[in-house]
Design a protein around this ligand. Structure first.
Ligand SMILES: Nc1ncnc2c1ncn2[C@@H]1O[C@H](COP(=O)(O)OP(=O)(O)OP(=O)(O)O)[C@@H](O)[C@H]1O
Ligand SMILES: [Mg+2]
Length: 465
């Protein structure tokens, strides 16, 4: 963070100093919420956790070098800025710090699927233009976004931020903390359908990003998704569209081809300039993400050839998203278990179908897709049907909530693969041990809460030389 005294932090957050002598202490290090990550001069934000209360760790954080604490109550032994709500104060602090960095341009990225992937791509392109701050992994909410913004310093020129919504007003609040000049909306899908109730409600929430843009800003909208394209009417900013299918989009991909491992090559079209791209990410769905990243970089001043080269060099920065590992016996394990919703599962099954083309047999291990509310059973059945249509040799549904996956697959007449219900990750691995032959490919996918990366990890560990 830029150096600030606790008095300045109190002023920016509307907090009070406890004790008053804390005023002159200067924060020169990062803002952290995990006391184990304290470095000299850090500001430790004491958040209430599920198991532990950050305030209990505040004295230890100060003893380890923290300059002070952002807290909801005075903490004996720790110089603190005391605020009513530490999360709200983190946002206010981030907003205040950003206000002191006029040279930094903020880009916000939202959508139901692909935010982290697109943020990672965009950051790796924009970095060529100047010092760039982007979130670690999926830091995209009212805590992660301010923590990311607070990493910016005087030299920062670009912030590429991920913005998530679990309800109406969430993205508007994030845009208030870090007002974007560029805002990209990737898609409107069924993630968190349980909370939102309908796709139109999801669109309403995601559209808060284009709504927050200034007249001299740029809304980067996916022309392939009608609900996203319609957001053009909700912004004062100039609109730039991207699309894989829409031939009228300003940023397009032509001649998309996938290699044996599902990595896309295409010609990037921007205006009348064309440049070749070969992605290192697996799955056709990343073409759309790459186009969004290209549109963002172009608006920040990068030329098409440089964008294409940077996209082609970009690597996977965040784990468990279409991560491919080949075992010594030739079994290909696709760890896509970071998260799942019906749309990203469809994309993963499409990728599995492609990977299984060259004679490999395909297996899908699918677990619970969380937060789908009323559409949960139907959505699980639907992905089961898709897996069957993709011709998987075996389908393993892990956990009770994923059972409808098997019903969906069995309803697909003409599918003759194995349908197996496994109680947990260990059960899925045991089933696979009996089924897998050298050269097969296994997709592992579920929501975070299912923790199914354990299946992928075990499959790889047991085959390690
Ligand atoms: N454009 C896309 N369409 C469908 N699925 C996608 C797309 N981009 C990425 N995915 C898949 O969605 C899953 C999550 O990807 P990613 O982490 O990039 O999304 P996210 O929007 O950041 O998710 P979260 O809401 O959990 O932060 C991965 O399995 C990924 O392969
Ligand atoms: Mg994410």
């Amino acid at each position: 963070m830029i150096p600030l005294t606790l008095a300045e932090i109190a002023a920016l957050t509307g907090g009070s100093l406890a004790p008053a002598e804390a005023a002159a202490r200067t924060v020169t290090g990062p803002v952290i919420i995990d006391s184990r990550r304290v470095t000299d001069g850090a500001l430790f934000a004491a958040l209430p956790g599920e198991r532990a209360d950050g305030h209990d760790y505040a004295p230890a954080a100060v003893a380890a070098g923290a300059a002070g604490v952002l807290a909801a109550r005075p903490v004996p032994g720790a110089p603190a800025v005391v605020v009513p709500d530490v999360t709200v104060a983190l946002g206010a602090l981030a907003k205040g710090v950003l206000g002191r960095l006029p040279a930094a341009t903020v880009t916000g990225i939202t959508g139901s699927s692909g935010k982290t992937s697109t943020k990672d791509l965009a950051a790796q392109v924009v970095e060529h233009l100047g010092p760039t701050i982007a979130p670690e992994d999926s830091f995209n909410n009212e805590i992660g976004l301010p923590l990311t913004v607070l990493r910016a310093g005087a030299s920062t020129r670009f912030l590429v931020l991920e913005m998530s919504a679990r309800g109406i007003g969430h993205i508007a609040a994030l845009c208030d903390i870090a007002p974007p000049r560029i805002g990209a909306v990737l898609n409107v899908g069924r993630a968190h359908a349980g909370e939102f109730g309908s796709l139109d409600a999801v669109a309403k929430a995601k559209g808060e990003l284009p709504e927050a843009l200034p007249a001299d800003g740029v809304a980067v909208l996916n022309a392939d998704d009608p609900r996203v394209l319609a957001m053009a009417a909700r912004t004062a900013a100039r609109v730039v569209t991207f699309g894989v299918r829409d031939t009228a989009a300003a940023v397009r991909a032509r001649d998309v081809r996938l290699d044996d491992l599902g990595r896309a090559s295409f010609r990037l079209l921007m205006g009348d300039v064309v440049a070749p791209v070969t992605l290192r990410l697996h799955g056709a769905h990343h073409v759309s993400n790459a186009l969004a990243a290209a549109a963002i970089a172009a608006e920040l001043g990068m030329d098409t050839q440089a964008i294409a080269a940077a996209l082609s060099a970009a690597t996977v920065r965040s784990r468990r998203r279409m991560e491919l590992h080949e075992r010594p016996d030739g079994v290909l394990v696709v760890n896509d278990a970071y998260n799942a919703n019906p749309d990203s599962t469809r994309a993963a099954i499409e990728a599995l179908r492609h990977l299984a083309r060259g004679g490999r047999r395909g297996f899908a291990v699918l677990g619970h897709m969380a937060e789908l509310g009323d559409i949960a059973d139907d959505s699980h059945a639907e992905v089961g049907r898709l897996a069957a249509q993709a011709g998987v040799a075996g389908l393993i549904a892990v956990g009770e909530e994923a059972r409808p996956v098997l019903d969906g697959a069995r309803a697909e007449t003409g599918w003759h693969g194995e349908a197996i219900a496994a109680p947990d990750a260990a059960g899925a691995v045991a089933a696979l041990d009996n089924l897998l032959r050298p050269g097969d490919v296994v997709l592992v996918k579920a929501s975070k809460s299912a923790g199914l990366w354990e299946v992928a990890d075990r499959l790889l560990a047991e085959a390690a030389p």
